[in-house]
Structures are given as structure tokens and as C-alpha cells.
Write a protein that binds this ligand. Structure first.
Ligand SMILES: Cc1ncc(COP(=O)(O)O)c(C=O)c1O
Length: 457
């Protein structure tokens, strides 16, 4: 008689010689766009070195000639000990935990603001309308109109987002897809802030060179040259500009903005303008929003489709992780706007604390309010400190032989030109690094100063 025996074992995947992967998702069948994407945190050799050295500083600090790594590459203020602005955090805290409204240390105007907010939005745990709470959209649209000297406003054009990147993502989602068999492409300057989003969505990036000898100016000739061939092969959908620029630290002059607008209009491109650093302006070349430039140019330019994004990630606030942002859309067809609302509705709504922060920022204390003096003192001293450091760093860098950098007109980043000795270039080549990457690795390794290479390898 056959005896039945039962055994219990766990699947012996590893020891099984005829191993067949049970994973449905593997590198082979992964979305190729994700594999294509270049992200600093995972792909940059300098960043990899940084992670390694950070660990070594913890495990074996005596093996390195420094005891901390100086993060010159991160735009995250708070991660380097920056203190939050009191008023903004008080409003956010009381919105999250209304029992604080009874706290005597909280100023009356903070309490009033939160009580007012709670009339429209009783709990930050509840979802708002998809484009954001109407009352906050109205507040933001008034703020943007004041910024632009009283330009017409419409809160329906303002969508609250989880930061600037989320705004860019939203509009890119709207334009993705082939047209007449041509893949979609985005025109972008070089150098530029690297939006991994474009690679993720499968957009082809058509880069045009900024004119280094001319303060990294944007020129129509370079734009025309870049798209001449690309136009035949790709469906050009948009032009993305960052103003003030990360990484060049320049602010667009009025005539440059006008040229960009004219070019986008002629080529029927949607203009996407990342104005995240709009309030970090240190030189006389004042920031002018693209919306204002277009309005001043009159028709047909004032009727062109344009999207501008802004957030509280930079500024003097540096609230990067609260993901408080907005996008303002200009001149899109009504049916496109309806589709757009559907598109943002897939997230249900933007994060509530980001929305509350936007509200507190745009409707900040004014003279006579109990929080005004502290708000003024904190915002002004932070701005002055950023401006002073920007100038000091540029001045000191320019004293180093082989280094040169233009004044930082706006934003957080200084774009340094360094003459790398031929021998170092050769050694870098042998290790398959571009000169800037090789230099940045050496700098990090030997001095603990972490900078981002300008031409990512
Ligand atoms: C030009 C630019 N846009 C957007 C961002 C990210 O902003 P957010 O956190 O609002 O998505 C950065 C961050 O460094 C940036 O430099």
C-alpha cells in the first residue's frame, strides 16, 4: 500500500538550479522610460560617493580628513539647519491641531487666520476640490495679480499643486502622445534644471545652448538652430524655461523674455515657465513674470498658452517638503481646461498642508497685525543673509585661480567655471568620467565639499 507523506517546505528559489523567476516585474520588462531617467540620488557617481563617504564618516571618522560633508549641491534649506518662519508654521500647526487655538502663546492674527480657514475647510484631513480649495485659489490669484501690478485675475486659472515639479508634471501629462506618428518633444535650454519627468513620460528633449559669453542669455538663433532638424522628426509641444535659472543663477531680461515668447508663439509651443525662484532676486535685473511680459506685449502674444509654476520650496521659506505649490494657466481653451481638471482629479486633491501654507504665505501679516514685526524681521533677515552669502561666495570663488563665476542674480545656485588641468581630464577619461564629474568626486573625497557637476555623466 502506498503511503502518503506530506512535507512542508518554503519555496527553494535560490537553491533550485532550474530557477524560474516568479517575479512579474523585472528589469527586462520594466518601463524603459524609468530606466532611461537620470536621477541624481540614484545615478550620479558623485552622489554615490557622497553616500559612501557619509557612511564612512559614521563608521570610521578618523579615516577622513574632515568631520562633516558640506552640501553645496542641495537646494533644501531646512536640511542644513535653516529655521522655519514662525508665522507660517504657527498657522500650519493650528490648522492641523485646532486645540492650539486655545494656546495663549499663539498670536491673535494666527488664530483669526485659522478660524477663517476652518469656516471653509473644517479639517485638513478632508479632501478639497481637485484643483485646490476655492478660497485659497482666490487668495493666490489675488497675490499673483498684486505681484504683476494689478493684472486681471481669475482663480479658475490657478491650480494648487504639490510643489512646482507637480505643476510641470500636470501640464506634461496633458500633452503626452504622438501626433501624426511623431513622438512628442520638449524644447529646453542647456544648461537646465534636470526635469526627470520628461524622460519618465517618454518625451524627447530638444536642447538649445545658452550663450555663456553673454551671461547665459537665451538667443533666438540658438533656439532656431536647435529645432530646425528636430521639427521634421518630432512633434514639438512645449518650451520649458526656468526663471530665475537653476543652474546659471541668471534672471531673464525683458528683451530675452520677449524673444522667448515670440519664438514660442511662432512655433505654436506651449510656454512652461518655472518661476520657483521668483522672490530670490539679488541683483538689479528685476524679475518680471512671463505673464506680465506677455500681457505687456499685447496681441497675439498676450493670448498665447502659458503655464507658470511656483512653490514655497525656495524663497526665504525653503519649505521644500511641505510640497506647497501652484500652477497658473493662461489662455487655454475651455474644453482643454475641463480635461485638465479631470487630469488633476486623479490625485483627488493636492496635499492639504501645502495648500494651508500657500494661504498663510499669500495672506501674510500686515502692519498693525500682532505677528507683523516678527514676520518682517524673519523674512528680511533671511533674505539679506541669502543675498550676502551669494555675493560673498561669488567674490571668494572668483579669487581662486582657474575659477570664474558671474554674479548670482537670482535663485539658490552658483554656476562655477573651473579650468580642469589636462592631466586630470585624462585621468577622468580613463575612469569614464567627464571632467566636471571627475573634479566633483575628487573635491568631495579630499575636502568634503559636495558640488554637482555641471555636465552630468
Ligand atoms: C528650477 C526648480 N524647479 C523646481 C524645483 C523643485 O521644486 P518643488 O519642490 O516645488 O517641486 C527645484 C528644486 O531644486 C528647482 O531648482
Amino acid at each position: 500500500m502506498n503511503k502518503k507523506a506530506h512535507f512542508l517546505t518554503r519555496p527553494l528559489y535560490k537553491s533550485n538550479r532550474c530557477f524560474v523567476s516568479r517575479k512579474s516585474l523585472t528589469l527586462k520588462n520594466l518601463n524603459p522610460n524609468i530606466k532611461e531617467m537620470y536621477m541624481m540620488d540614484t545615478d550620479d557617481p558623485v552622489f554615490k560617493k557622497y553616500k559612501m563617504l557619509k557612511e564612512r564618516l559614521k563608521q570610521c571618522p578618523e579615516s577622513l580628513p574632515y568631520d562633516e560633508i558640506l552640501m553645496g549641491s542641495s537646494g533644501c534649506l531646512h536640511s542644513s539647519g535653516y529655521r522655519p518662519l514662525t508665522y507660517l508654521r504657527q498657522v500650519a500647526s493650528a490648522a492641523l491641531y485646532p486645540a492650539l487655538l486655545e494656546d495663549e502663546s499663539f498670536p491673535d492674527d494666527v488664530k483669526c487666520k485659522v478660524i477663517q480657514l476652518r469656516k471653509h475647510y473644517p479639517s485638513v484631513g478632508s479632501c478639497t476640490e481637485s484643483p485646490g480649495l476655492k478660497m485659497i485659489r482666490i487668495t493666490m490669484s489675488n497675490y499673483l495679480s498684486r505681484r504683476d501690478g494689478g493684472l486681471a485675475r481669475d482663480h479658475n486659472n490657478v491650480i494648487l499643486t504639490a510643489g512646482s515639479t507637480d505643476g510641470v508634471r500636470n501640464i506634461l501629462r496633458m500633452m503626452n502622445g504622438c501626433i501624426d506618428g511623431k513622438s512628442p518633444a520638449i524644447v529646453i535650454p542647456s544648461p537646465s534644471y534636470p526635469y526627470g519627468l520628461m524622460e519618465e513620460m517618454g518625451y524627447k528633449q530638444i536642447t538649445y545652448e545658452l550663450d555663456e559669453e553673454n551671461s547665459w542669455a537665451s538667443t533666438t538663433e540658438n533656439l532656431e538652430r536647435a529645432i530646425a532638424e528636430a521639427k521634421k522628426k518630432y512633434a514639438l509641444r512645449a518650451l520649458i524655461i526656468t526663471n530665475p535659472s537653476n543652474p546659471t543663477g541668471t534672471v531673464l531680461k525683458q528683451n530675452e523674455s520677449e524673444q522667448i515668447v515670440k519664438f514660442a508663439c511662432k512655433e505654436k509651443l506651449v510656454l512652461i515657465v518655472d518661476e520657483t525662484y521668483q522672490r530670490n532676486i539679488y541683483e538689479e535685473n528685476k524679475f518680471q513674470s512671463m505673464k506680465k511680459v506677455m500681457a505687456d506685449m499685447g496681441k497675439p502674444y498676450s493670448e498665447m498658452e502659458m503655464v507658470s509654476v511656483f512653490s514655497l520650496s525656495k524663497d526665504v521659506l525653503g519649505e521644500a517638503a511641505t510640497k506647497a505649490g501652484l500652477m497658473e494657466l493662461q489662455n487655454f481653451n475651455e474644453d482643454v481646461m475641463n480635461q485638465f481638471e479631470k487630469c488633476v482629479a486623479t490625485n483627488f486633491c493636492s496635499n492639504s498642508i501645502g495648500q494651508v501654507m500657500m494661504y498663510a504665505f499669500a495672506d501674510h501679516p500686515v502692519e498693525g497685525d500682532p505677528s507683523y514685526d516678527l514676520w518682517k524681521e524673519e523674512t528680511e533677515s533671511r533674505f539679506n543673509s541669502l543675498a550676502r552669502k551669494a555675493k560673498m561666495i561669488v567674490d571668494e570663488l572668483n579669487k581662486i585661480e582657474g575659477f570664474s563665476c558671474p554674479p548670482l542674480e537670482g535663485g539658490y545656485f552658483i554656476y562655477i567655471k573651473i579650468c580642469v588641468p589636462e592631466k586630470a581630464v585624462e585621468e577622468g577619461k580613463r575612469k569614464c568620467y567627464k571632467p566636471s564629474t571627475f573634479y566633483a568626486i575628487k573635491l568631495l573625497q579630499e575636502t568634503g565639499v559636495f558640488v554637482t557637476p555641471g555636465d552630468l555623466s
